[in-house]
Design a protein. Sequence first.
Length: 80
Amino acid sequence: MFDTQAAEVVAAERAAVLDILDAMMRPDQGRHVLNWRIEAKMAQAALLTRATFLQNQKEAQRAKLLAMRNVDTCKALLLS
């Protein structure tokens, strides 16, 4: 959250994933894809909130794992 270098890396990865998404979608899919992106962002935010604030450490760890898997799935689309 406060690591500027890490934030820059995440921003670059996000931009690259969005470029791939834009290249894959048809022009008439814009609204649908935007809706999908918003829903995915809300779901990821909910997982991160659970991972950070849950008192049950087992559930918090599970939420963190799922959130990390989501990020890894997107990053797998990128060339290293």
